[in-house]
Ligand binder design. Structure first.
Ligand SMILES: NC(=O)c1ccc[n+]([C@@H]2O[C@H](COP(=O)([O-])OP(=O)(O)OC[C@H]3O[C@@H](n4cnc5c(N)ncnc54)[C@H](OP(=O)(O)O)[C@@H]3O)[C@@H](O)[C@H]2O)c1
Length: 272
C-alpha cells in the first residue's frame, strides 16, 4: 500500500525514511513517500490519490492541517481537540482524520522529564502545534501559561482551554518561575539557528526546555538552558512518537520507536 506525507512544500522531509525503516524492519511491503500538494489542489488530490484502493494512510503537514478538518469523512476526537489533522486513515471507504502530534509531544516530554503533574509550565506560541499541545498539557501540569507574539491569539487559546496567557515579548520574566518551557514557535529553526525566543538571562538551573523544533537537533534555547545548568529536549522524539502512533493507526502494529528515531536522525544529519 501507499502512504504519503502531504504538505507544501515537502522538501527533504525525514518522515519517508523514518516510516520506510519501520516498514522494512517489520517486513511490510508498503511505501511511504512525500507528496507536495498546492493548497488549491488538495481537494482534487484527495479524490484522485487518497480515496483509491492502493492508499493506506498519510501524514499531513503545513499548510494542510486545518483545511483537512473539513475534507475528511470522519474526525477522531484527537483531531477535534487539537483543531487540526496530522494523520489520515483510509479504511473501508471512509477517510478519517486524527491528530497524533500532541500526544506524541507529551509522551516525549514525560519520558524525558518524569512526572509533570507539579510542573509550572510555559508554552511559547499559539499556532497549530501550540493549540494541539496546550489541550494535552493543560490537564497534566500544575499550571500552564501561554505566551505568544500576537497576544490576542494566546488569549483566545488560553480561554479555550482555561489557562493563563501573556505576551512573549513583554512577559519573558515569567520564564524565571517556570519548571518547563515548551517552545512551539519556529524561532531557532534552520536556517535561523542562532535565534532564541527567550533571553538567556531568564533561564536557570533546574529548568527544562522542550523545543519542538528538530532541525537543528539542538537549538539555541536548548544550548542556553544547558549552559545555565538546566536540561533540554529537542523535537525529534515528538516527531517519532507522532509517527509511531500514526503507524499503529494505519497497520495495527506498534513499530520500534528507536528504529524510527535512528532513521530520522540519520536523514536529518545527511541533509547538512
Ligand atoms: N517535532 C514535531 O513533531 C513538530 C510538530 C509540529 C510542529 N513542529 C514545529 O513547530 C513549529 C511551529 O509549528 P506550527 O505548525 O505551530 O506553526 P504556526 O501554526 O505557523 O505557528 C507559529 C507560532 O510561532 C509564532 N512565531 C512565529 N515566528 C515568530 C517569531 N519570529 N517570534 C515569536 N513568535 C513567532 C507565531 O506567532 P504569531 O501568532 O504572532 O504569528 C505562532 O504562534 C515549527 O517550527 C514546526 O516545524 C514540530
Amino acid at each position: 500500500m501507499k502512504f504519503y506525507l502531504l504538505g507544501y512544500p515537502v522538501g527533504h522531509s525525514v518522515s519517508p525514511p523514518m516510516h520506510n525503516a519501520a516498514f522494512k524492519e517489520l517486513g511490510m511491503p508498503h511505501d511511504y513517500s512525500s507528496l507536495g500538494v498546492e493548497p488549491s489542489r488538495l481537494a482534487y488530490t484527495i479524490k484522485a490519490k487518497i480515496k483509491v484502493d492502493e492508499f493506506g494512510g498519510a501524514s499531513v503537514t503545513i499548510p494542510h492541517k486545518i483545511e483537512m478538518l473539513r475534507l475528511v469523512d470522519e474526525l477522531d476526537g484527537s483531531a477535534e481537540r487539537a483543531g487540526a489533522v496530522n494523520t489520515l486513515q483510509w479504511k473501508d471507504g471512509v477517510l478519517t482524520g486524527y491528530n497524533t502530534d500532541a500526544t506524541g509531544g507529551v509522551k516525549a516530554l514525560i519520558e524525558s522529564y518524569g512526572d509533570i503533574s507539579q510542573a509550572k509550565t510555559i508554552l511559547l506560541g499559539a499556532g497549530g502545534a501550540a493549540n494541539a499541545l496546550a489541550a494535552q498539557l493543560a490537564p497534566r501540569v500544575k499550571e500552564l501559561t501561554i505566551l505568544n507574539r500576537t497576544v490576542e491569539k494566546a488569549r483566545a487559546l488560553a480561554e479555550r482551554i482555561g489557562t493563563n496567557s501573556g505576551s512573549i515579548i513583554y512577559d519573558q520574566a515569567l520564564i524565571e518561575s517556570a519548571d518547563i518551557i515548551v517552545n512551539a514557535t519556529p524561532v531557532g529553526m534552520h536556517p535561523n539557528v542562532g535565534a532564541s525566543p527567550i533571553d538567556k538571562r531568564h533561564l536557570h538551573e533546574g529548568q527544562m526546555v522542550f523545543d519542538i523544533v528538530y532541525n537543528p537537533l539542538k537549538t539555541q534555547i536548548m544550548l542556553d538552558v544547558e549552559e545555565a545548568g538546566g536540561r533540554s529536549l529537542g523535537g525529534l522524539w515528538m516527531l517519532v512518537y507522532q509517527g509511531v502512533e500514526a503507524f499503529e493507526i494505519w497497520t495495527g502494529v506498534r513499530p520500534s520507536a528507536q528504529t524510527m528515531y535512528d532513521a530520522a536522525k540519520k536523514a536529518l544529519l545527511e541533509r547538512h
